[in-house]
Design a protein around this ligand. Sequence first.
Ligand SMILES: NC(=O)NCCC[C@H](N)C(=O)O
Length: 287
Amino acid sequence: MTQPHSMFEPARAPREERRQRVLMCAPDDFDVRYVINPWMEHQIGRTARTLAREQWQTLRALVAKSAEVELVTPAAGLPDMVFTANAGFVLGSTAVVSRFRAEERRPEEPLFRAFFEARGFRVAAWPEHVPFEGAGDALIDRGADVVWCGHGMRSAEEAPAALERIVSRRVIGLRLIDPRFYHLDTCFCPLAGGWLMFYPPAFDAASRAAIEAIVPREKRIEIDEADAMRFACNAVDLDGGLALNDASPQLQRRLRAAGFAPVVTPLSEFMKAGGAAKCLTLKLSED
Ligand SMILES: NC(=O)NCCC[C@H](N)C(=O)O
C-alpha cells in the first residue's frame, strides 16, 4: 500500500529533499494578561501552564517530523510571543517584521527583528504608522502566484499595498468583518495544490468575490461556523499533513478526500488567547 507522504510519516521523506524551517517560541511566559481579541475576554489568568506546555510540545514534535524547528528565545512579560506567526512575513530571503496594532505586543518587534537579522534575512523597511501582523494576516497562496493579506481588524487597510511594494508579487487584500476572526489565519488556509480551506462569512462580499476569482470552485473547502470556531483553518500544513486544534469528522473526511492528512492536536490553552496551531508557527523557508 502506498502511504501518503505526510508530516507524520517522516521516515518516508526522501533525504535529499530540502526540509522546511519553522519558527516556534516556547510558552515559558505564555498566559492571558490583557484582552486584545474576543477570545481573550474572561480568560485573564486562566491558562493552565503545564497543559499549555504539553500541548505546545506535542505540536512541536509533530512539526519536527517534517521540518527543522527553530526557536526564538521567549521574553518575560510578553505572553503572546509564543504566536510566532505574528513575528513577521517571510518570502525568500526577505522578512517584514510585524508592526503590531496593540501596544501590548509592540515590544516583540525588536526581538523578532533581531532574530531575522541573526538568521541572515534582509529585513525590509515598513511604514511605522501602518499596522501589519505578519503571517497572521499575510498568507502565500499555494496554487496562484499571489499573497493574500487580511485587513480591517489588525493589519491596516494600507497593508496589502505596502506589502506588494516589498515582495513584488501580487498581494490581494481581504477585508475581515467578524471580530472573532481577527487575523486572516483564523479563517483562511491556503493549501498545497491550490486548495483553500476558509470560512466565507468572515469576509465582506468583495473579498469573497476576489477569492472566487482566483480559487476554482472545486478547490474551495468552505467550512461552517462550528469548524471555524474550532480554528480548523488555523492549520499547519507540511507535506500533506495538517496539524490543527480540532475539526469535525465531516471536515476531516473532506480534507482527506482532497489528499490531506488532518491530525488533531488539542490546543485549548492557546485558544484562550485566540490562537491555535498555525499561529504558533512561522515558516522560514518560503520560496
Ligand atoms: N492568529 C494569529 O496569527 N495569532 C494569534 C495571536 C493571539 C494574540 N493573543 C493576539 O491577539 O495577538
